[in-house]
Design a protein. Sequence first.
Lengths: 195, 195
Amino acid sequence: MTTTITPRQLEIIEASAKILTYSGIGSLTIKNIAKEMQFAESAVYRHFSSKEKIVEAMLEYLAQEMDTRYALILLPGAEPIDKLKLIFSSHIDFFAAKPFFIGAIFPDGLLGGSMLINDAILRLMATMKKYLIPILEDCIATNAIKNEMAAEDFAHLLMGSFRLLVLKWRLTNFAFDFSQKGNELITNTIKLITP
Amino acid sequence: MTTTITPRQLEIIEASAKILTYSGIGSLTIKNIAKEMQFAESAVYRHFSSKEKIVEAMLEYLAQEMDTRYALILLPGAEPIDKLKLIFSSHIDFFAAKPFFIGAIFPDGLLGGSMLINDAILRLMATMKKYLIPILEDCIATNAIKNEMAAEDFAHLLMGSFRLLVLKWRLTNFAFDFSQKGNELITNTIKLITP
DNA sequence: TCTTTGTGAGTGAATATTCACAAACAAACA
DNA sequence: TGTTTGTTTGTGAATATTCACTCACAAAGA
């Protein structure tokens, strides 16, 4: 299921992500995408058959990117608690480097638009879980974190508070140092769930 | 700053909230609002001067509703830990009863392109904090919850995982029992932060 | 009668998408 | 080398549709 994306398509995806993140779903028009790309509106259709396909490709790209990134950093043999820290610091680094992708993971504007997009969002969250849950289970098994909650619930806790931090960052127009606050949050939360 | 709202205006606000929550911001059009209200498009303008004013009134109404609801249930003299549980169970009850308001309260991002909604989200979160933080401080002071984190951080944790539960509820088309899952989540989380 | 609340027809602007066409470039061939 | 041919990537004009919003008018209750 690996869709190949041309360099030009990636440019359009990033341009669209910027509009989505900084101006909102209402501004994600072919006109604005073309303006951001500095070419005519019709040129967009040389690379995507419709606007919806762009959003679809954007979510697909993010899911793939996350998948390969995690697979790369999670070396077997490492301590599960270190893996846990690593997965979040990788996440923090990615959004700090490419904040314009944040609009895509807060899908409210996209929600209800189409089933395909709805599914893509669920797939994105499933990818995150796919890596997080086994690590958390290892942590529980090796007594690195408490056993009073299921791995699923710990994942929910971590993902939920991480998401809220990202949301706050966006709502304050990226005012604070996301890397710092993000690492603080994860450190604090892990300390809380450590026996 | 208390704006009075006519019964007909409230009907339009609720109709708009339903469209927003169940079909997304892209479907929130005068045409659809009129259809939901079962009258002509032009009739909408008998009650609101513009579409944006509807959204404005909706957010104002919700902020007021939340404020008075909290003020009502938080009786002085109660145990802070009970107040904490109460504030969330009140929240859960409200969403379970009127799930169509979720799209308005949890927009997760720029709904329009307007600063207005951005501010409204921040104001709503501030209201939530206004009640939550003092309660959490009391909890810490009376040793009802751990003191290894600041009240602010506990609030972040609780609000973040609560928001994620709401998102999951929406993404699964309101499939699971929100009251049950919500209460479980809060119970589990409170247990985790109890010394 | 006057105010409230509705209707239906109409407006201009914005929307996504399509179309015929052109410039740039590379491969194939004389 | 020069010519032909095809492909990719762009353009500008035109399309139908949808959008928020306006206005003259009507029913109906106070």
